[in-house]
Write a new protein. Structure first.
Lengths: 152, 152
DNA sequence: ATTTGTGCAAATCGTTTGCATCTGA
DNA sequence: TCAGATGCAAACGATTTGCACAAAT
């Protein structure tokens, strides 16, 4: 009964590979080499914010080849499965957040970094003038930061 | 003393063309045919949210030819000059807002529309954990809306 | 006349897609 | 076996850029 799991164990740094495996199955996703590698990187440390490109770079460092297209696919599958959340902070790139709880973000304009910001929250009931055939999906708050000295 | 202003007056719907002219000059921008046409569309009615593509379509309807590249250039110049504000609501497109005061946005996920939302505001002093070499540039709040029935 | 802006088309960037091939159960 | 996943390269949409030409003062 050799599964891909056993095959991956040597390369993985995550202690609960089993959990990843189950999480993927629960999401209806076959736990493939690539998906396990990606999940391992995403979920082994604390919360992360990655772009597809970022993640692709990180995966390259492991011994498992994953194409950029697969990284994109996987990020979207994980998002649909509720394992990730998309963050819209700045036009160009899409960021994915491993923290799927209600929380907000700092965005560092100098470095294009995204950071979690817990603490503030806006009550949906405080929002006036919501058209009545509409419902609030989510309230996103982005606090844009800049280094104190820099002007541009 | 025939300036381009006189030349444009027949085509413009905006009553205070003079003001536009001055606004552009103040911003260090030559009041060209194209920039005046764009400014007229942007500022003649109430507050607007446009993408470059949107605006390009609108300008086409006037009798003044403006290339898409110039629309982009102009939007950025206006933004730098403080006449517009960029809005980051959803990955793909960048929206520009003629309302440069502090206010927040609704984003209609079904139609990709941006709407102003006045009323809520977050006090900068309420934000904890701002790294102390950083300052808050802006706090963006986006309330995402969806039609009540639709699931996707 | 000089400086600045504009138009076009090609280039770029992030992301998506089509399809042949491969993999995991 | 066989559905489902992957890789590649080409397609894509939004935005930018380079450069010759045009326009405003």
């Amino acid at each position: 009964m050799t599964t891909i799991l056993a095959d991956c164990k040597t390369k993985m740094t995550n202690l609960n590979l089993k959990a990843i495996d189950e999480q993927l199955r629960d999401a209806g996703l076959k736990p493939t080499r690539q998906r396990i590698a990606i999940a391992d990187i995403l979920f082994r440390d604390g919360h992360k914010h990655v772009s597809a490109e970022d993640l692709h770079e990180e995966v390259k460092k492991s011994n498992i080849h994953v194409s950029l297209a697969t990284v994109y696919n996987t990020l979207h599958q994980f998002t649909t499965a509720g394992l990730l959340q998309e963050v819209s902070v700045d036009g160009a790139k899409t960021y994915f957040d491993t923290n799927t709880h209600e929380h907000q973000h700092f965005f560092l304009e100098d470095t294009n970094e995204v950071m979690d910001l817990e603490g503030i929250s806006i009550d949906k009931d405080d929002i006036a003038n919501v058209p009545d055939n509409m419902e609030i999906v989510r309230i996103d708050v982005v606090v844009r930061l800049r280094e104190k000295s820099s002007k541009a």
